[in-house]
Design a protein around this ligand. Structure first.
Ligand code: ZN
Length: 168
C-alpha cells in the first residue's frame, strides 16, 4: 500500500497520518456522551461528527498553529486545565446547531447561560468589578430573568445537606 500524502481534515496541514495530524487527531476523534449526571439520567444534545469537525475547523488559527476559544479568543491547550478545549452549546435547548469549542475556564464561567446572556452578565460584572455600584442592580435584574440557568429542581439537589456529590 502506498501512503498518499494529504492534508489534515481539520487544520489542512500536510503532516497528517491518515485523516488527521497529531494535534487534531485526539480532538477530532473525541466522542460525546448523550447521558450526563451521576445516574446518567440526564440526556443532552451532542454534535454529530460532521458538526464537531466543522467547529474545530472554524476554531483553528492557521497563522498561530493552534485552536482558539470561540468565545474569548484564548489559545486552547490540552496540557493546561483552564485552557482545555471543551464543547459548549451557545443556546442550550434551542437547536441542534450552535456548537462552540471553548476553553474550560470560560465554559465554567458561562455556565448554562446562552451566549447573549453570558456576554451581558460579563459586561455588567466587569462594570461592578471596576467600582460601578449601580451596575449591581442591572446585574441583579439580568440574573433574575435568565432563561438558561439550572432549573429549580437541580438547585434543591445541590442544597441537600450531606448530599452525595452531584454534577451540576
Ligand atoms: Zn490538523
Amino acid at each position: 500500500m502506498i501512503a498518499i500524502e494529504k492534508g489534515c481534515r481539520i487544520c489542512e496541514r500536510e503532516q497528517a497520518v491518515g485523516d488527521f495530524c497529531s494535534t487534531c487527531a485526539p480532538l477530532a476523534r473525541r466522542t460525546f456522551n448523550r447521558r450526563r449526571g451521576r445516574k446518567r439520567d440526564r440526556v443532552v444534545d451532542v454534535p454529530t461528527r460532521a458538526q464537531w469537525h466543522a467547529v474545530l475547523r472554524r476554531a483553528w488559527d492557521g497563522s498561530a498553529g493552534h485552536f482558539r476559544c470561540e468565545i474569548s479568543g484564548v489559545r486552547l491547550d490540552v496540557n493546561v486545565p483552564a485552557l482545555y478545549p471543551t464543547l459548549d452549546h451557545s443556546a442550550p435547548g434551542a437547536s441542534t446547531d450552535g456548537w462552540l469549542v471553548v476553553s474550560a475556564a470560560v465554559n465554567d464561567m458561562k455556565s448554562d447561560l446562552s451566549l447573549d446572556e453570558a456576554r451581558k452578565a460579563w459586561r455588567l460584572l466587569a462594570s461592578v468589578a471596576e467600582g460601578n455600584r449601580a451596575a449591581s442592580a442591572d446585574l441583579e435584574r439580568h440574573l433574575e430573568a435568565l432563561k438558561h440557568f439550572r432549573p429549580r429542581a437541580a438547585l434543591q439537589v445541590l442544597a441537600t445537606p450531606k448530599g452525595e456529590e452531584v454534577e451540576p
